[in-house]
Design a protein around this ligand. Sequence first.
Ligand code: MTE
Ligand code: HPA
Ligand code: MOS
Length: 749
Amino acid sequence: MKNIDTIGHVTGKSVYLDDIPTIAGTLHAAIVGSALAHAKIININFDEAAKIDGVERIILHSDIPGENQIGSIIEDETLLAEHEVHYQGQPIAIVVAKTERIARKAASLVKIDYKELEPVTDPREAKEKGLLLIPPRTFRMGNTDSAWSNCKYIIEDRVDIGGQEHLYIETQGAYVYNVEGGYIKVHSSTQGPTAVQKTISRILGIPMHMVEVDVVRLGGGFGGKEDQASGFAAMAALATYVTGKPVKLVLPRHDDMRMTGKRHPYSADFKIGLSDDLKIVAFETTMYQNGGAAADLSPAIMERTLFHSTGSYFIPNTRVTVYSCKTNLPPNTAFRGFGGPQGMFVIESAIAKAAEQIGVDTIEIQKANLLNESDEFQYGQKAENVNARKSFELAYEKFDFENLKKSVENYNKINKYSKRGMAVMPLCFGISFTNTSMNQARALVHIYQDGSVSISTGAIEMGQGVNTKLAQVASIVLGIDIKRIKVHSTNTSRVANTSPTAASSGADLNGNAVRIATSALKKRLIKVAAEELGFNEDELNIENEVITHNGNPTQLHWQNLVKSAHLKRVALSENGHYATPIIHFDKTKEKGHPFAYHVYGTAIITTTVDCIRGTYTIDDVHIVHDFGNSINPTIDLGQVEGAVVQGIGWLTMEELVFDKKGKLLSNSLSTYKVPDIFFAPKTIECIPLPTNGPDLAVLRSKAIGEPPFMYGIAAYFAIQNAIKAFNPKHTLKFDSPLTPEKVLMQLYE
Ligand code: MTE
Ligand code: HPA
Ligand code: MOS
């Protein structure tokens, strides 16, 4: 089963926000962003800008009829700045004009006088100054204080982790128009249509039922449109409110890069203690999350960092604290892995450092501490159906680890100025929104008289293939051809109160809602079939579009059954509601059972470093991944490949550079480099771990979107090991991204 969007994508027929035909008279908006990272606004002068032919309106915070507030978890963020700005690019005014070009030109002519204030860009400095977005949180298990005395080895160090630009191909944008009587329709490139609806309702001071948000698909989101799409949609909605005309706002790449938040940089201190037999006895870490100028999703991201701070390992004594620090950078936000990658990078750094100091291979410590069945995570959940060791052992055996290691060693013996390195990354990622209440979804399913089926859910298609999976679920449950099924746009008037499509749970939550709705419809249809055929309901089924009796085809076809049901006045529409059972979490104790299940896997990555230039190639990526019972191996493999390359990019070449004043220097594609086809690993081999898959995954097919991102961590350590092979004085450094410049310095240090 191919992705249903494949043909549309490769023929250019798939519709994105910017392809939606606009209504005559549509105006275009451009944003005036702050030139400084921290300043008081003294004066705004738009005389020059207003003079330009075609400029319709220049909108300020004072034009907002409702509340100037877009903070979702914490109310600490304005839509348009009032008296102060807190990051470079922060929206201050919106210029609305006849064309996009005029709007952008006029925006550049708006003159703002500032009184500059001292910016803070470093999270540790922010913490020292008491600049925190929310109070810190600590997870703990056992007692680290008393555990240190039982440790043979105690190792401490510091880790610095860089951020990451989402670089979705489609930038942020929205198109808004009045339908009638203040009812507005919004097309938004968002992962969270309900968040957009709520934000607009708040900004305009109108009820949510006056706002209809519709999303066909995104040209990528990667978390960057979970929360941050709301502000841009609200700006377009405000402009529509003020002008009474349709308004389109699509960010130029440059604005998107400087105005939007990114993956959070973290800085951390760790202390790890091991026994004689390499068991990790205790682990403590304090992490400083660089949150940027407003909370955005940082509190939830901080939470997932805490959850994943022990990686795939059982550690009996832990104490992990995260500070969410307020700095003068754009508010950092969700990005594939959602704080998990940073937590895992710290524990992997601690293990690698311990191995270096003790004088063993990192893999020995990893192996000795992998989770076993019923081990308790520091947040109270017991590990069930643990595949940590199984995937590790399968990877070791299938990819012939010992031989691979020998070939790397041999290469390094023969080559003087080219060195290879390898590293292993065991993965354990929790599936569910860490905020329990968000784990719900609905599906509205219609069967039309001709037997065709329409599905609407809260899921957003952003390239990850969720629509294909939803159609597959309906096709499997109803026993009909997938061609009869159309997955419609995500629309807040058809499916309400949706959680964003995030936390890798889009298919699980919405797919289960589809399963529930279609199962109810099937039951009703089978009842009709039983009446028509004179058999018992429990002897009937629908297979390959035909009603079967004890497995044998009858004369009754799907299409005729649907027709009869309609004539009998049987309801052919159903609304399915799904809420993940079992999960709960008590924040006062920091204990509970937050995840429906965990995804496991193991990656082995090899690299070759050019020891004259500091450049490197990522050679081979070998993965054993726990897909459960994948309903779409093609899509899932694509997700693994995309995620692992994105993960490698995060820790190697993708370098966000802000100057001391908080100005983003890597603000275009010429200064911010992501992996391309030349940099991508020569091979990515991924074999599935044979398992049944858990009950709580949709049709036992495990969530796939984020987990493989973290396999990329192995690339960092592989490069470190190659440097070690060249420079015997080298000690491990934990300062990502590991750009060729840094590699070169470390080779000759
Ligand atoms: N894949 C593509 N092609 N584009 C994306 O934007 N987002 C990732 C992942 N895979 C993304 C993607 C992120 S951050 C998440 S949370 C999941 O997809 C969301 O979709 P799912 O819940 O349906 O897996
Ligand atoms: N993951 C992704 N997005 C989220 C989460 C989460 O756990 N919680 C809130 N938004
Ligand atoms: Mo993904 S970071 O949960 O959108």
